[in-house]
Structure formats: structure tokens, C-alpha cells
Ligand binder design. Sequence first.
Ligand SMILES: Cc1cc2nc3c(=O)[nH]c(=O)nc-3n(C[C@H](O)[C@H](O)[C@H](O)COP(=O)(O)OP(=O)(O)OC[C@H]3O[C@@H](n4cnc5c(N)ncnc54)[C@H](O)[C@@H]3O)c2cc1C
Length: 389
Amino acid sequence: MSHHHPTVIIGAGLGGLALALGLARAGREVHVYEQARELGEVGAGISLSPNAVKALRYLGLGDAIRAQADEPPIQITRHFETGEVLVLIDRKHTEEKLGAPYLQMHRADLHQLLTDAYLELKPEGITLAAELTNITEEDDTYHLDFSNGDQCSTDLLIGADGLKSTVRRMVFTEDDAEFTGYVAWRGLIPTADVAELDLQAGSSVFISPGRICVRYPVRQGAIQNVVAFSKADDWAAEGWSQTGKLSTLQTLFSDFHPEVNTVLGAFKGTDIHKWGLFARQPLQQWIKTNAAVLGDAAHPMLPWFGQGAATALEDAIIMSRCLIEFEDTQAALEHYQDGRLERVTKVHLESHRGGDTLMGQDPYALAKNPLRTEDTLGLTMYDPATVAL
Ligand SMILES: Cc1cc2nc3c(=O)[nH]c(=O)nc-3n(C[C@H](O)[C@H](O)[C@H](O)COP(=O)(O)OP(=O)(O)OC[C@H]3O[C@@H](n4cnc5c(N)ncnc54)[C@H](O)[C@@H]3O)c2cc1C
């Protein structure tokens, strides 16, 4: 079937849906194409720093997020073996200091909130099982082909199609994603399964050189989100995410504190997914005539600052505001790029540097030389809803 849509967004991830919702709320015509057969998100938690919460408030989701998310009072970083406290971040007064709270929630819940809000305004606004396979450009109009046989043309193409973005590759650059040498093991366990541990509220991080284990509660404390990072020389070619063996993970972290080993042991009998962490160099140009990229398609970054989705949401809000405020599409895209490039390139490069320092450091050195983080760099004060365009 062939369509003409004024604005086409490729990808119904957090960034694409946020942009679709921002435009739909302003009464703009928009359509989303998503390759997956069903909408959803990986079983994992997500940290929403205040800048991300402000983006979600702009979309009218502030109360809904607050009702579902957990608000960690504290983040404690400990020595991997002894459990000694190395760094303690008090998050209790975040809202007073930064204008929005620091929240944590199940990724699927956040994705569902964005999907429901968008589909309420545009019930036919997403085509599923539609992988973008080809793009041709003619007189500043993009003609798109999809795996399900659909075709469409658009005067504004937005690539929100993530790390392996087809829009980035076909409209912007052919650069390869590079394996960064880090692997993330992610999963969720019921808190009741580790009832013998008196787990504190908030985030807990155990660090050793080359390995980190992060845990925080989601769904009002009913579930624990667990992410373990380790190093690897290479990543097997069969995909960017795989199901990992629990025994391998347990061996890798066997010298960690008993709390970590008990938590990992609770995965017994369930799948634990592992991701090779890939990244690209920052793009110098995010816009072309009538086309742009946002989120991981523009700036896939390492997760050390928890800013990948946060910056995708910021991009979406700034792009929405620019398209609403500037009648001329190209002027809107130029304001979007001008508003985003410098900030996000900084977050991108700092988060890579931060990870290398964190993973390479003697844990005790961390206590003496606090890292440059999203908090200390002031990155989370940013408000995409009010910043000047
Ligand atoms: C271990 C780990 C932990 C993380 N933790 C956090 C955190 O706590 N906080 C945070 O802010 N960020 C975090 N991130 C980063 C965050 O997950 C990403 O930055 C974010 O999901 C990017 O959103 P996006 O919408 O740009 O892309 P994606 O979420 O990747 O969405 C892209 C969408 O496009 C679709 N798509 C792709 N290609 C096509 C195509 N050709 N045609 C049609 N559809 C297509 C995909 O199916 C997908 O639905 C973490 C990342 C990792 C790896």
C-alpha cells in the first residue's frame, strides 16, 4: 500500500514515540513505522534523571510516570569484595535542587505509557512489522520501502531507529558501530526471591576494576533490576544481544560480595540477556534537507551516565518544539541541530570517558577522586521544555 505522510518517524522506541506524541499533541500529522511485530521493550529497568522526567512532563506524562516509578532516596557505590561504602549520592532533595525528581522504572511501563498516550490521539498512527528497507530521494521528498510491501513518501523523514539506524546509514553516513569491549548482562528478579537480604531502597553499585554490578528496585519495590557489566575481548557475530549462561555470569562475579552472589543466584531457571555494548563516533550533522536523526540513531552512547534514553527524549522534545514553532521545516531542523549537537556530543564523549575511568579504577581511588558524572557535570539540570530554541 502506498501513502503520503507529511512526517514519518522510523522506529517506535522511546525517542520515536516521544516525538510522535509531541507532534500529535500539537495536532500535527505524523506516522510511525516500526519493524517489530508487537510493541514493547526489553525486560529491564531504566533510570530517568531529572532532565528525562522534565521531557516526559512536557508530554503530559508527569503524573503517570510519578505514579508508576520508584524514587531512589540514595545511590550507594560499594567495594566489590568488602561492601565498604565508597561513594554515597543523596537523591532525596533532587526535585528541589534540579526541578524534577530522579526516578527509576520498568522500561516496558514507560514504553506503554508513551504508546497509549500517542495511540489515544492517533489510533492508526503506528504500522508494525514494517522494517524500512530502502530510501530514495527525489526533489527533497523521500520515498520509503518497507519489508511488508508498504511504500510511502514524505516531506519530513525522522530516523529514530536506534543503534543500527537504516536512516543514518542511507541518508547520513555508512560508519560502522564498534564493539566497545564491554558486555552488559541484564535481567529482573522478584524481590521476594531475595527476601533473606535486607536490600536498601535506592540504587546499589558494587565496583571492581573491569566489572560492575548495579541493582535497583522497580514496580514499587516488587522487582529488582540487575545489570552486571564485564569486559570482553570480542563479541560473537550472531547478534548484538544474546541469552547468556547464568553459570558464566556467576563465575565472572564469584569474588563479589555475598549480596551480589545471592542476587545473581535468584536468576536460577530464568533467562539472563547479555548485550555487547556498541557505539559510534558522534555524528557531526544530524539533519539534511527534510530529514533528521534523533536518539541512538544520532548518538549511540555507552550507558555509564544513564543518559541514552534521556537524551533521546530531550531530542524529541526539542524537535517537537522546533517543528511547532518554526513554520519553515528547514529552519526548524536547523534550530533542532543547533540546540542539540553541542550538548549531546559532550554527554556522548564524557560518558565514554567516565566508563573507562570507572572500569579501570582501583575502587578505593574512586572514593578519593570522585568521577565526572552526569550529576557533577550538571547535565541533569537541563529542561528541554523551557530551554531557548
Ligand atoms: C545496559 C544498558 C542500560 C541502559 N540504561 C539506561 C538508563 O538507565 N537510562 C537511559 O536514559 N538510557 C539507558 N540506556 C540507553 C537507552 O536504552 C537507549 O539510549 C534508548 O533506548 C535509545 O532510544 P531510541 O528510541 O533512540 O532507540 P531504540 O530504543 O533502539 O528504538 C529504536 C526503534 O527503531 C526500530 N527500528 C530499528 N530499525 C528499524 C527499521 N529499519 N525499520 C523500522 N523500525 C526500525 C527498533 O525496532 C526500535 O523499536 C541503556 C542502554 C543499555 C545498553
